[in-house]
Design a binder for this molecule. Structure first.
Ligand code: AHR
Length: 496
């Protein structure tokens, strides 16, 4: 298998917004409780947050975390989570049929975020609530003092406002499963008026309108155009959510999931730009891809009609090296669209379809998908470059003919970094890279994620079974690099 590509600074896409490497903490399953928060755990800090998890979050490199949901937010009363902990109510969360003890709320979450060094973005409840609760929350979080809600935050122990810049106007409001599900017209009016009031509290905030919950929603496209037509002047982003999994034994289609993500993004960009054109708007709407990951949703279907429980184990997918290669490729897709996708949140951070797993009272470890995320977040900083490839093609059931090689590059202070995936399950790929546009490159360091066993996973007993490996340095000669990408592999080649 042979392929060729060109990395050239002239093929600029745009600057990487660090928020592209965001994550997501929902009050769901064990993401918060026994995930980031577990008082009594041997590594817990004075606030009850797990130190071992905090260390892994720092290592993962997460510049922004979306909170508190997800479907959870559509029934959430944020006021339940503030003030003296022993006076907070335990509530039945209908999204996941879980008992929410409200031991972690907006104040604890922001203390945790400061500890791990991440920014935050928040979602407001447009399912069971609306304008009043949303504007009060912005006031609580972002105003310094002198008003009811800002002074209450100060009395609750946070003298400084949190300065939450990005706010999601609800979550997946197009989905019939959503508490307070709405038609596009109903949602658009509420989002517009809520956003308007929130911005009156703090004019510096950015607002995300709900797009479709997935490309497969029957209202996809018309939902976006209706919502944006109505709410264009108040929103800055439209959200995208996309989850991918292998269906049956069709691994080739799964390995091409990033092609599906590319097409999905292109379709939403086209829809937003259509609304812009029709409305003669100057402003451009960009994308907040604020839920994406591999998620074996077909397994979860069996878990509907959940028993009511406290801290249940929900959708704790264990990821294989195959899943990790796909996650690396999805990050390539997000980077390729860096001119329009400004925010990305992998869903979720801990235990729930997550990069980090924990055992209550026990260890925390990195899932296989942790690695491409951490390496991309650390090294994909700078200017994204489109990478034209000459690649063998193959046919997939889900996406038709797709290239076996997918790649993008990011030019940073230390030189360009190439991210590339060999989607062939069994054959290595000889790669011939034309780097002449950069001039003077003399060294290449090749790191790959690949394994002889495509099902290999990390678990509690074998937490480092899947990890990236340094391969032999590729040869560089006269602006040409020859490298070999292992079968079914995610690769990062740092050039200098
Ligand atoms: O991330 C899990 C769930 O997936 C979220 O709560 C919801 O927004 C999406 O459907």
């Amino acid at each position: 298998l042979t392929a060729a590509l060109t990395v050239d600074p002239a093929y600029r896409v745009g600057e990487v917004d660090p928020r592209l490497f965001g994550s997501f903490v929902e009050h769901m399953g064990r993401c918060v409780y026994t995930g980031i928060f577990e008082p009594g755990h041997p590594t817990a800090d004075a606030d009850g947050f797990r130190g071992d998890v905090a260390d892994l979050v720092r290592e993962l490199g997460v510049p922004i975390v979306r909170y508190p949901g997800g479907n959870f937010v559509s029934g959430y009363r944020w006021e339940d989570g503030i003030g003296p902990v022993d006076q907070r109510p335990a509530r039945l969360d209908l999204a996941w049929r879980s008992i929410e003890p409200n031991r972690v709320g907006v104040d604890e979450f922001h203390r945790w975020a400061a500890t791990v060094g991440t920014g935050t973005m928040m979602a407001v409840n447009l399912g069971t609530r609306g304008i009043d609760a949303a504007r009060a929350l912005v006031e609580y979080c972002n105003l310094a003092s002198g008003t009811y809600w800002s002074d209450l935050r100060r009395r609750n122990g946070s003298a400084q406002p949190y300065g939450v810049k990005v706010w999601c106007l609800g979550n997946e409001m197009d989905g019939p499963w959503q508490i307070g599900h709405k038609t596009a017209v109903e949602y658009a009016r509420l989002a517009h008026e809520t956003g308007k009031a929130m911005r009156q509290v703090d004019p510096s905030i950015e607002l995300v309108a709900c797009g479709s919950s997935s490309l497969d929603m029957p209202t996809f496209g018309t939902w976006e155009s209706t919502v944006l037509s109505e709410a264009y002047d108040v929103v800055d982003y439209v959200s995208m959510h996309g989850y991918y999994q292998q269906h049956g034994d069709d691994r080739d289609s799964f390995l091409a999931a990033a092609t599906g993500m590319d097409r999905f993004i292109d379709a939403v960009v086209a829809t937003a730009d259509h609304v812009r054109a029709v409305g003669r708007h100057r402003k451009r709407i960009d994308i907040s891809f604020d839920e994406w990951n591999v998620w074996y949703q077909s397994r979860f279907a069996a878990e509907t009609n959940l028993e009511v429980a406290a801290t249940p184990r929900l959708i704790e997918d264990v990821y294989s090296v195959t899943d990790a290669v796909v996650v690396g490729n999805l990050l390539i897709s997000l980077l390729r669209h860096a001119d329009r996708v400004r925010i990305g949140c992998q869903a979720q951070l801990v235990n729930v379809i997550a990069s980090i797993m924990t055992e209550p009272g026990g260890p925390a470890w990195r899932q296989a998908i942790f690695h491409p995320y951490a390496l991309t977040s650390r090294h994909a900083r700078g200017t994204v470059l489109q990478v034209p490839v000459r690649s063998p093609m193959h046919e997939t059931a889900a996406f038709g003919e797709v290239p076996l090689l997918d790649a993008v590059a990011v030019a940073g202070d230390d030189g360009p970094v190439l991210f590339a995936v060999n989607r062939h399950q069994h054959e290595p790929m000889s790669l011939d890279a034309d780097l002449r546009g950069f001039g003077g490159l003399t060294s290449a360091a090749h790191t790959a994620l690949a394994d002889d066993d495509p099902e290999a996973v990390n678990d509690r007993l074998h937490p480092d079974r899947v990890q990236p490996r340094r391969l032999d340095d590729p040869k560089l000669d006269g602006g040409r690099m020859l490298a070999v990408l292992p079968p079914m592999s995610w690769n990062m080649i740092r050039l200098s």
